[in-house]
Design a protein around this ligand. Structure first.
Ligand SMILES: [Fe+2]
Length: 291
């Protein structure tokens, strides 16, 4: 019922493991988290000067787009800015190789999205309930519609002070969606085109994206649900890596500082069993096509 942690001890950054070729993809598609306790990402001693929450400007993360090479969300300039970009770019490349090696079923269908460096402590970070990632939620992007594609994320804890990144994980997606489905509304026709026109979204928001945003909000806004739903705490120690479909796994990040993350988008058609995708589950619940 609650997502599980599947531990893999023998992976390096090439992604090759002794498991059957599609075992890891099937584990992820079932809504579990792949955990690589010994997979550390090396930070050079000269890079440790970059480890400060002060390097983010107003955002909570530094972001890096591997397609354009563009760095965002930091006020650093000069040599420090170059070093920070090189660090995130190196992680982005390693994560791409890693995912292709670990998940050969998706290898030729992956779209590489943004990477991020998260230098700000999560616990006690002031924010609105909607932006509060210490509440259980599924990921959904307000500005960049995915139109049913899966959100696959690789995370590495690079905390230099020995501190874990603490998550909670909740019940499986079908249960979450069923629980909240009566509160979700189909978007009004025309709104998606309007949001695109005024550049709130970078592409047209599909019905799927609209429902996923509502689900994200309904979960976070419901304090009784947050307290009562079956859930499990997980600590990811420094020097460990993990991977999950975060559009599917109900998760909350409770504490931790200094994490690297790379996002990928995976078309549902590349899945071993697309019936397990949030898109197909919501389409079954609502009895209609959503993209
Ligand atoms: Fe999240």
């Amino acid at each position: 019922m609650v997502s599980q942690l599947a531990t893999i001890d023998d992976a390096g950054w090439t992604g090759a493991t002794a498991a059957a070729p599609h075992k890891h993809a099937e584990t992820l598609e079932a809504g579990d988290v792949l955990f690589f306790p010994g997979l550390a990402f090396d930070i050079a001693s000269s890079e440790l000067r970059l480890f400060s929450p002060e390097l983010v400007a107003r955002s909570k993360n530094v972001s890096f787009d591997p397609r354009s090479g563009r760095l965002g969300g930091t006020s650093l300039d000069g040599a420090d800015r170059t070093s920070l970009r090189d660090l995130i770019a190196r992680f982005s490349g390693a994560a791409s190789t890693f995912v292709r090696g670990t998940l050969p079923a998706y290898r030729d269908r992956l779209e590489v999205g943004r990477a991020s460096f998260r230098p700000v402590e999560i616990a006690g970070r002031a924010s609105s309930w909607r932006k509060d990632d210490t509440r259980l939620h599924i990921d959904s992007f307000p500005a960049t519609p995915v139109r049913g594609r899966r959100i696959l994320r690789v995370f590495t804890n690079v905390n230099p002070h020995g501190r874990a990144r603490s998550w909670r994980i909740g019940e499986d997606f079908e249960r979450v969606a069923t629980r909240f489905s009566s509160l979700l509304r189909m978007p009004v026709p025309g709104v998606a085109a309007w949001l695109r026109l005024i550049r709130v979204t970078k592409a047209r928001r599909s019905r799927y994206d609209a429902l996923m945003l509502q689900l994200h909000d309904r979960m976070k806004a419901d304090t009784d649900y947050q307290a009562a739903v079956p859930q499990a705490p997980i600590d990811f120690p420094p020097g460990s890596t993990w991977m999950a479909f975060t559009d599917q796994v109900s998760h909350a990040a409770m504490a931790g500082q200094y994490q690297l993350e790379q996002t990928f988008l995976v078309p549902v058609e590349a899945m071993r069993d697309e019936r397990r995708s949030p898109l197909r589950i919501l389409e079954r619940l609502f009895g209609r096509s959503l993209v």
